[in-house]
Design a protein. Structure first.
Length: 293
């Protein structure tokens, strides 16, 4: 309750006078202080977003919704609104980068969402090719005897036909599994092998799709902003989402074996515990979660 009261008082009264005092002391507006004082990355871009959202100027408030194609114009409009000379190249460059990150995050979410909405279609040749590629990457020394086969259970699908397991995450679930297997093949095969542990085993593909849902939900609710703003100086791309997914797969496997659950029946409990751990890491302004780390 007190946090809401303080936020209301700060936004309504204190913020204006604090900004006025700091401008008087430094000779710079809030945006100039943010773009000149904070290092590139999440701290600066999130500070810019907060400043825009709390601002009374329409040009600044609308800047958080700018499209990539309009970033350059938006930078000029902001500088004009705040009476900042166009020759201030440092301000212009840094604001341009932050606005690209903001617009890029929204575009990335839309791209991920669109891929999630595409249902797996066994009549689609491209979909089928990716599914077979997944098998070949994970099981290079064992031929798939038939498209509908109990062999799919060997890589962690629930039944004879994997297409039914992609219902929740659509094509996104398959694309993530293939990306990890293609770019981190030895790690993927090692984790698949560990997932067959007689006591601590789990369904590799099903858990992988579940982690796709986790990555997607974190992107959707904005939790990945700090990570992506620190990782990418410009527009976040689908590649960066896939990389974060790879981090989740690798770290979840370590987490699962460290926790030593009594059985797979406790999966949801440990999945939520892992989710909370990741959300905690993402609260750090300096966070970068990559498999390379």
């Amino acid at each position: 309750m007190w946090a809401h009261v303080w936020r209301f008082l700060y936004c309504k009264y204190f913020r204006f006078w604090l900004k006025w005092l700091l401008r008087l002391l430094t000779g710079k507006c809030e945006l100039q202080r943010l773009l000149g004082g904070a290092a590139a990355g999440a701290r600066r871009t999130l500070g810019i977003m907060s400043s825009f959202l709390l601002n009374s100027f329409t040009v600044l408030r609308n800047a958080v919704d700018v499209e990539e194609a309009e970033v350059e114009k938006c930078v000029r409009d902001v500088m004009k609104e705040k009476n900042i000379g166009q020759k201030d190249t440092g301000f212009k460059t840094n604001l341009h980068i932050s606005l690209l990150q903001i617009s890029g995050y929204k575009k990335l979410y839309l791209n991920v969402e669109n891929l999630r909405k595409i249902p797996y279609d066994s009549e689609n040749e491209a979909h089928e090719e990716q599914l077979i590629e997944l098998w070949n990457l994970l099981m290079p020394h064992e031929n798939l005897k038939a498209r509908i086969s109990k062999q799919w259970c060997d890589i962690g699908f629930q039944g004879d036909d994997p297409k039914t397991d992609f219902r929740g995450m659509g094509l996104l679930g398959l694309v993530n599994l293939v990306y990890f297997s293609k770019h981190y093949t030895s790690e993927a095969r090692q984790i698949l092998s560990r997932s067959n542990h007689p006591k601590l085993g789990y369904s590799y593909a099903i858990v992988g799709i579940n982690l796709t849902e986790m990555a997607y939900s974190l992107l959707k609710n904005g939790a990945l902003k700090a990570h992506l703003y620190n990782m990418v100086s410009g527009l976040p791309q689908m590649e960066h989402f896939h990389q974060f997914y790879c981090y989740l797969v690798y770290e979840f496997d370590k987490f699962w074996f460290e926790e030593e659950p009594e059985s797979i029946m406790h999966f949801n409990q440990y999945r939520e515990k892992f989710h909370e751990k990741i959300k905690g890491l993402l609260l750090d302004y300096n966070v970068v979660l990559t498999l390379q780390d």
